[in-house]
Design a protein around this ligand. Structure first.
Ligand SMILES: Cc1cc2nc3c(=O)[nH]c(=O)nc-3n(C[C@H](O)[C@H](O)[C@H](O)COP(=O)(O)OP(=O)(O)OC[C@H]3O[C@@H](n4cnc5c(N)ncnc54)[C@H](O)[C@@H]3O)c2cc1C
Length: 360
């Protein structure tokens, strides 16, 4: 099913989406939706297809006083399907509010992100992006246009929030509730391990035992002051001192999410031909049960010692009171860690090198 589409429609109106869908249905040509192309499995591309490209459905409207099917009181954003994270975060910053997004600036918020549940820096306290969706505009495979919400077409409203991209129709816009402006606190650290590094191998592995703390870019907590953050991490820092795990901790505090996001989140590097990633959601129990914890740390150690990198994201998305049920898989709320293992090989590799580097 791989390869590239034969035709692409650069849509900027709902009517154009309807025309493209009707054309595909009447001619039998394969149809797909392409927004930013961030899908790890390439589901936004496909051989010989007609591709609906949504990037230019990217208007963002701030609604100061939302009035609609949801009981939400307060402000909201209505954004076109092509809106990217950086655009929504910038708009939220200008209105002095926060919104729940991922961290990659160019992921499509109203496309595959919300279709997959949507998680990240604010999730541990404010849940998943789907918990904040108020309504969705969508064109279904029969070419009809619907606004779906808590009162209208509720089954589609449920499915489009977490049920997967490109499965139930072409989303043309999404309305999400805002969160208040949030203070943020955290720290970043970066360490080199080994005889000439900041810490020895031994101390490093003792220090991370049970703490995901070898490189923090960043460790960030929403709605918390720096004093509160320091109090929360005091015991851990005492343990580190005892171990002589003395690495510079760069504490920070901001009075809004946007500044923390633009200053402390690095760009991701994916989409290159000599990098292969795989991911797992690691359950809460792996950090609580001592034997599972040992296995988890041993696994992390094996990955690193085999020359791969492991990127860990704290998840455990909060349950949001009164959020309507969604199709999102429940594990996002029970997993402490979303782990991505990445392995690389030379630009022009020997096949043996790919096999050796990939087996962790
Ligand atoms: C570098 C990077 C960082 C990421 N960070 C995060 C993160 O912090 N949090 C998080 O939750 N996820 C994150 N993701 C995952 C990301 O949310 C998903 O890959 C998502 O599917 C991307 O959606 P897209 O619309 O941008 O991409 P696309 O590849 O264009 O689309 C993805 C899927 O959604 C479908 N789709 C897109 N638009 C529509 C539409 N309007 N109507 C119907 N179907 C549509 C496509 O057909 C495809 O199946 C990240 C991914 C990458 C590559």
């Amino acid at each position: 099913m791989g390869g590239y589409p034969s035709y692409s429609v650069n849509v900027s109106t709902v009517a154009q989406v309807q025309l493209a869908i009707n054309f595909a249905r009447n001619t039998g040509v394969r149809l797909l939706v392409h927004n930013t192309g961030h899908d790890y499995l390439g589901k936004s591309t496909g051989a010989n297809a007609l591709s609906i490209w949504t990037r230019h459905l990217n208007s963002i409207e701030f609604i100061a006083n939302y009035a609609g099917a949801s009981a939400h009181i307060g402000s909201a954003f209505k954004m076109g399907a092509g809106t990217q994270t950086w655009e929504l975060l910038q708009a939220a910053h200008e209105e002095d509010v926060s919104v729940l997004t991922g961290e990659c600036p160019t992921v499509g918020v109203a496309g595959g992100y919300i279709a997959g549940g949507g998680m990240r820096p604010l999730s541990s306290k404010y849940g998943l992006a789907v918990d904040h969706v108020l309504s969705i505009d969508v064109v279904t495979p029969d070419g009809k246009f619907f606004t779906v919400d808590e009162k209208n077409n509720t089954d589609l409203f449920w499915a489009l929030r977490g049920g997967g991209g490109g499965a139930f129709g072409v989303v043309t816009s999404v309305t999400v509730s805002t969160l208040p402006k949030l203070k943020m606190a955290g720290l970043t650290l970066s360490i080199t391990i080994g005889p000439n590094g900041d810490v020895s191998d031994d101390i490093f592995w003792q220090a991370i035992d049970g703490q995901m703390s070898w490189a923090l870019t960043p460790w960030i907590v929403p709605d918390m002051s720096l004093d509160e953050f320091k109090a929360m991490t005091a015991d851990l820092r005492v343990q580190w001192e005892k171990l002589k795990f003395n690495v510079p901790l760069n504490f920070f505090e901001t009075d809004n999410f946007y500044e923390a996001w633009t200053t402390h989140f690095p760009d991701d590097t994916v989409g290159v031909p000599n990098l292969r990633t795989a991911s797992r959601l690691i359950d809460d129990q792996n950090w609580v049960n001592p034997s599972l914890l040992n296995d988890t740390i041993a696994f992390v150690q094996r990955v690193i010692n085999n020359g791969s990198s492991l990127i860990g994201y704290n998840i455990r998305a909060a349950t949001v009171a009164d959020a309507p049920a969604s199709a999102t898989v429940p594990i996002w709320r029970d997993a402490t860690m979303f782990a991505i293992v990445g392995t690389m090989w030379d630009a022009v590799p020997e096949i043996g090198q790919i096999i050796t580097n990939t087996v962790v």
